[in-house]
Design a protein around this ligand. Structure first.
Ligand code: ZN
Length: 188
């Protein structure tokens, strides 16, 4: 089932999300719905607060880019993160152009550490502690921010934020052009 995506300006995107308990009802179905919603809107990651649920759950899916062949691999990489936690950050900070399904129409370079040590549970409640980098680490950091009430535009310089203020206000007011369903705090 495709779920509507909460737009920037909605209070749930500013809340600290609750840990997911092991007996959370219909968790597998919820995860399947989150993947379906993410693919439908051409995203590479989706955090539960973006579908109006304040819990620590993230889905990630992308085709890894191969620098040698300058193309995207055929195999999709998927990661379900339950109660994820960044234990450590490593390496240099890198700029990468990010967007967000909750903030359509805005793409900005964001500085984040290249490598992180991530602790999480997968959809079968297997525990993982992994050192990750590249696209997985990038998307994981963006989505984990959502679990702590942060969005990627918070990480921009004061100047950049001033420059996109009007576009952000348009999103708050629901003035966006997207081909997926969204929910806004204020109506048009
Ligand atoms: Zn986002």
């Amino acid at each position: 089932m495709i779920l509507p995506i909460v737009g920037y300006g909605s209070p749930i995107l500013r809340k600290e999300a609750e840990p997911v308990p092991k007996d959370y009802p219909n968790l597998k179905e919820l995860i399947a719905n989150m993947y379906e919603t993410m693919y439908h809107s051409d995203g590479v990651g989706l955090a539960a607060p973006q579908i109006d649920l304040s819990i620590q759950l993230v889905v990630i899916g992308f085709r890894p880019y191969d620098e040698k062949t300058d193309s995207y691999g055929p195999e999709e990489e998927r990661h379900t993160l339950i109660n994820p936690e960044i234990l450590e950050t490593k390496g240099a900070n890198k700029l990468f152009n990010e967007g967000c399904l909750s903030i359509p129409g805005i793409h900005e370079d964001v500085l984040r550490p290249e490598t992180i040590v991530l602790h999480y549970f997968d959809e079968d409640w297997n525990e993982h502690t992994e050192e990750i980098s590249g696209m997985f680490a990038r998307v994981a950091q963006h989505e984990i921010d959502h679990l702590h009430g942060k969005v990627f535009t918070d990480r921009l310089s004061q100047l950049r934020r001033t420059m996109i203020r009007r576009k952000l206000n348009d999103v708050v007011g629901g003035k966006v052009n997207v081909n997926y369903r969204m929910k806004f705090s204020k109506k048009k």
